[in-house]
Write a protein that binds this ligand. Structure first.
Ligand SMILES: [Fe+2]
Ligand SMILES: [Fe+2]
Length: 191
């Protein structure tokens, strides 16, 4: 009898320990989730200033249209992130995202270095696609974290933006492959 009671108290202690560990893990994951959220919030806000610069320097009509429509989506994504912060009872705070800052600077260098026209368009597409890929990775991770943390409202909001980023990336590929790359290659051959 004594032995049974020892066993059950041992298993209770083990269970308590396990749920303590679960609690610790989920609070660490929550912290990581919030940090990543602040990061991408900064990134999206920075993009609302960077995309107009890309539009100003682009020549292909398809590229301009794609960037203009993604700029509108990006503005929407900024307020969607504010809703994610609200859904976890946090104030929306932006923290400088060094990775996005670097990608935006790189895009600006390409604009400065490439001559206006098809070549610069190719450069803008390549910079924009790197940015989209970074966003896809970030939103994919954030959505997964939100799922694990059972934050269903956040999951829905993040999923919506993730879809937009993937679609924007595909649109850029569609423009790059048949149109702009060919023009850029033809121009180089002619030179
Ligand atoms: Fe975005
Ligand atoms: Fe994007």
């Amino acid at each position: 009898m004594q032995r049974e009671s020892n066993t059950s108290s041992q298993s209770r202690t083990k269970q308590n320990k396990m749920s303590e560990n679960d609690g610790l893990r989920s609070s660490q994951l929550m912290k990581l989730f919030e940090d990543e959220l602040k990061d991408i919030y900064w990134a999206e806000k920075a993009l609302t200033k960077a995309i107009p610069r890309m539009i100003k320097n682009a020549t292909s009509e398809d590229l301009i249209n794609a960037l203009e429509s993604h700029l509108l989506e990006t503005l929407e994504q900024v307020s969607r992130l504010e809703s994610v912060f609200t859904s976890i009872d946090k104030k929306a705070v932006a923290k400088k995202c060094e990775a996005m800052s670097g990608l935006i600077d790189e895009g600006q260098e390409i604009i400065d270095e490439c001559e206006e026209g098809a070549m610069r368009d190719v450069g803008i597409i390549s910079a924009a696609q790197k940015i989209e890929h970074y966003e896809i990775a970030s939103y994919g991770t954030l959505r997964q974290f939100a799922e694990t943390l059972k934050l269903s409202e956040a999951v829905g909001l993040l999923e919506q933006t993730l879809k937009e980023e993937k679609a924007a990336d595909e649109t850029l590929t569609d423009i790059a492959v048949p149109d702009v790359n060919v023009q850029a290659a033809e121009k180089q051959e002619a030179e």
